[in-house]
Each structure stands twice: as C-alpha cells, then as structure tokens.
Design a protein around this ligand. Structure first.
Ligand code: AOF
Ligand code: ZN
Length: 366
C-alpha cells in the first residue's frame, strides 16, 4: 500500500500532467493537487497553451478550502504575465499555507522567481519532490524554452540487422501492430513530424495520427532540397494539417510559388545546394515548433545525427533478419573510422513492444 506523504500527492499531480502530453504545444505539461486537512480538495492540469495553468484549475475547484491548504505542483508556479497571469500571485491570493514543487521552471522569465515570490509572502515551499520524473516529462519543453530549438526524437523501425526495408524495398511491415500503435502515440506527443522527400515520393503518406481514439495530428515537415514534392501528394492536397517544406536555395521560385498557392509553407534553409538542417531547426523554432518526431529515411536520419540535431532516439527492432547489402539501413552516412568515435547512447532503456523490441536512449555527442 502506498504511504501517505508528499510523494503520494505529487505522484497524482504527475499522473494528471502526463495524460496531457502532446496537447500543450510549446508549453510544459503540469499537474496540481490541493490538499486540505488530509483530503484532496482540488485537482488541475494545464490542457492547452493560452488556457488556465494547472494551479488555476485546481485552486478554482478548491474554492475557499484553499486557505491554509498545501498545493502540490509538478512545475514551479510561474511569476510572469504570459498568455495568462502569474500563478504564484493566484496561490498567494488563495492564502495557501504550503507549496510543494517537483522541479524548477527553466523558463528564463521564471527560473526561481516563482518560488522566491511565494517565500517572500511567508509560504512554506518544498522543492525537489519527484524532481526527475517531472524533468523527464518536460524534456521537450526544457530544451525549447532555453534554446528556442525544437527537441528532436528520432524513431525508426528496423530488422535486427538494421534494415528498414528488404533489398526489393518492401517495408510493409517491419514491426508489428503494437509497435506501430506506439508510434502514433509518439506522433500525438510531438508538435511536428519530419520526413525526407524520398518517403513522400515512395509512399505518398498522409503523416497523420491514427490511434484507437481521436488524437492530435502533428504539423508535417518535409525535407525537400530541390522541391520535388508533387502538387498532387496527399501532404499537399490534405489541408486539414499544416505542411512545412524545408528547401535549399536551389529550389525554383516557380515551384515555391505553386506550393505556396497550394497552402504549403516553404522555408529556404541556408545558402548552399543542400538544406542546412541546423538552420532549418532554428527557423522551425521561430515558427513555435517545440518538438519534432523524425521518421526519416536512412539519409535524413544520418544527416540529422551527423549534424548533432537529434536529442532522443527510439529504435524499434523486429526480431527478424532480411540481409541484402543494398537493403536500406536505419542510418546512412559516411560513418566513423574507429569504434571509439561511435555516437554512444546514454540512459538506455529496453522494453518489449508486443513481439518487437524498443530501445530508447539519448545520443552523447563528443
Ligand atoms: C505554471 N503552471 O500549468 C504552466 C506553466 O503563456 P502562458 O501564460 O501559458 O505561460 C507559459 C509559461 O508558463 C511556460 O513557458 C512556463 O514557463 C509556464 N508554464 N507554469 O505555473 C502551468 N503551464
Ligand atoms: Zn502559471
């Protein structure tokens, strides 16, 4: 049986927050629980950017009971006027006695000021309860708010010998139904999905989220150096989802005009023949894309890895082998000479996804 303590209530606040992953855009996921005299009197979750923060919902529910209560919140209460007013002032107005926080808010506009403000009013503040869980939950937000660059998760599905298709190009299906369903949850949890033009030309995918319940569709990003994207492609004709194309200077201005007229946003990255991916990430950040699920082919995956633009990797392995020297692989790039120069993954976790294996890790760039 779980013991009643600060972690007990913080765990509930974290669970409330976790379920909103994927629907807050560039905002963090945050949960809040208000406890008075041993009873939960209010709960809240931040659901959407531009709407109430977690504390506001929870305090609203608690009403007068918030006076003298303990507020459990997974992220430091904000101290600034963003799209909504500061939560620390709301907590002070509600006369809470104690605030328990999981992790500090790395937003430079907050960054300790929320906690300082509460303490200034004599509120007892405890920080660091289940801190790691909260930080991990907001790994995308934490990167974006401090760098204005999107957090990039690379996902691949390959055979045990690292092939994403057979030597004839057949890729239906590499992994089983459960792994494929998990990928749609990953799509729901990212602001955008990114593929190379090769994938669009080969499969004409819709790149939407298909889960067993309605889910959020990420913005589509296509890396297409010379704008080979056909106007008839489904990512162009389907206007229910925003499509952004990253092109190079070599793209023809006529094709840029035609795609723009069709509702596609074309972003030219760099001054060279190829798309400057680092500049692409910067420009996508400026467009408020806070997280990207990269589902590229081997070449785009390799280029993104070489450019050190990948933050997290989720590799699905089907327990099968297809061989074929020409069969496309997960990462196609010149590679390193020495094993000592390999890009190693940190914090590696392995799980089964139905009959497939999922390996998650974070590249440690030297
Ligand atoms: C909290 N509780 O539930 C959230 C916080 O533009 P706004 O008003 O939504 O503010 C966004 C910023 O507020 C965001 O960057 C982060 O620093 C903080 N988010 N803070 O106390 C919440 N969502
Ligand atoms: Zn707030």
């Amino acid at each position: 049986m779980e013991i009643l303590n600060d972690e007990y209530y913080m765990r509930l606040a974290l669970e409330l927050a976790a379920k909103a992953a994927g629907q807050t855009g560039i905002n963090p996921v945050v949960g809040c629980v208000v406890v008075k005299e041993g009873r939960i009197v209010g709960v809240g979750t931040h659901l959407k950017r531009g709407t109430g923060h977690a504390e506001v919902h929870a305090l609203q529910m608690a009403g007068d009971e918030a006076e003298g209560a303990t507020v459990y919140v997974t992220l430091e209460p904000c101290s600034h006027f963003g799209k909504t007013p500061p939560c620390c002032e709301r907590i002070i107005a509600a006369k809470a006695a104690r605030v328990v926080v999981a992790s500090g808010d790395p937003n430079p506009q907050v960054s300790g000021r929320g906690i300082a403000r509460l303490r200034e009013e004599g509120i007892d503040v405890t920080i660091g309860v289940l801190e790691q869980q909260s930080r991990l939950m907001n790994e995308k937000f934490n990167k974006y708010i401090t760098t204005k660059l999107p957090f990039v998760t690379l996902k691949t599905a390959s055979t045990l010998d690292g092939k994403i298709a057979s030597r004839s190009g057949d890729s239906r299906w590499v992994t089983g139904a459960i792994a494929r369903e998990q990928v749609h949850t990953l799509r729901h949890q990212h602001d955008a999905i990114m593929v190379g033009i090769g994938t669009v030309l080969a499969d004409d995918p819709l790149l939407n989220t298909r889960a067993s319940v309605p889910a959020v569709d990420p913005v589509r990003i296509i890396v297409d150096t010379s704008l080979r994207l056909p106007l008839e492609a489904r990512v162009v004709t389907d206007r229910t989802i925003r499509t952004i194309v990253l092109a190079s200077c070599s793209a023809s201005s006529d094709k840029i005009a035609a795609l723009t007229a069709a509702g596609v946003e074309v972003v030219v990255c760099g001054s060279g023949e190829k798309v400057d991916l680092a500049e692409g990430m910067k420009k996508l950040g400026e467009l408020e894309i806070g997280s990207i699920l990269l589902e590229g082919g081997g070449r785009l995956n390799g280029a993104m890895l070489e450019a050190r633009l990948i933050d997290k990797i989720v590799l699905y392995y089907a327990a099968k082998i297809v061989g074929g020297a020409e069969a496309p692989g997960t990462f196609t790039f010149p590679g390193v000479d020495k094993m000592a120069d390999a890009i190693a993954l940190e914090r590696v976790q392995i799980e089964m996804a139905g009959e497939d294996i999922s390996v998650t890790g974070y590249p440690a760039y030297k």
